[in-house]
Design a protein around this ligand. Structure first.
Ligand code: IMP
Ligand code: MG
Length: 177
């Protein structure tokens, strides 16, 4: 247990900073989608904490769905292969969709998920991500809203894991190799 916790590096984004940014994003979404059928599609597992906080800052009616995507991470590096292990089974053509993601790294996961959703013909599609590491981008993909831009360093906490640990940290920290 100690060795696991000793890998938690310096705090990059505090719980308070996250909370302020999530409140602001929730207010913006509530204003922009007022009167429109809104569906949040979150990518498991990493985005579950962000989604649960964000949806409670949204003051207009909204629905929630999940997609499971794995990018075959081993340790801190991605294989580049993306597998969507569970898809959306319902009709979303009557909804404005926002994809809620934890972090955009190479961009591969999100472009695969966005392509699947686009083919399902939602009324509109936007991407909201908690974190963005633009230096690492391998495919051409931009979020419509990114709460924090971070440098190229592996991070943990607030849903983000290293080998399934640290998702429960209430803030974002650097991982100490
Ligand atoms: P991408 O497909 O390379 O953009 O990777 C996206 C996925 O990789 C994210 O949804 C995370 O699950 C994971 N990931 C990327 N960077 C990090 C990181 O710094 N910490 C933890 N997970 C990460
Ligand atoms: Mg993820």
């Amino acid at each position: 247990m100690d060795s696991i916790n000793s890998r938690i590096g310096r705090t990059l984004i505090s719980a308070e900073e996250i909370s302020d940014a999530v409140k602001k994003a929730g207010a913006e979404i509530s204003a922009e989608y007022d009167g429109k059928p809104l569906l949040l599609v979150s990518i498991l597992k990493g985005a579950f904490v962000f989604l649960s906080d964000l949806c409670r800052e949204i003051t207009i009616p909204c629905e929630i769905e999940f997609i499971t995507a794995s990018s075959y991470y081993s340790g801190t590096s991605s294989s580049g292969e993306v597998k969507i292990t569970s898809g959306l089974t319902r009709d979303i053509s009557g909804h404005h969709v926002i994809i809620v993601e934890d972090i955009i790294d190479s961009g591969r996961t999100l472009s695969a998920v966005a392509e699947i959703i686009r083919k399902m013909s939602p009324l509109s599609l936007k991407i909201v991500t908690l974190l963005d590491k633009p230096e690492r981008r391998e495919v051409d993909l931009k979020a419509d809203c990114s709460l924090f831009t971070i440098p190229d360093h592996f991070v943990i906490g607030y849903g983000l894991d290293l080998d399934e640990h640290y998702r429960n940290l209430p803030y974002i920290a650097e991982y100490k190799e």
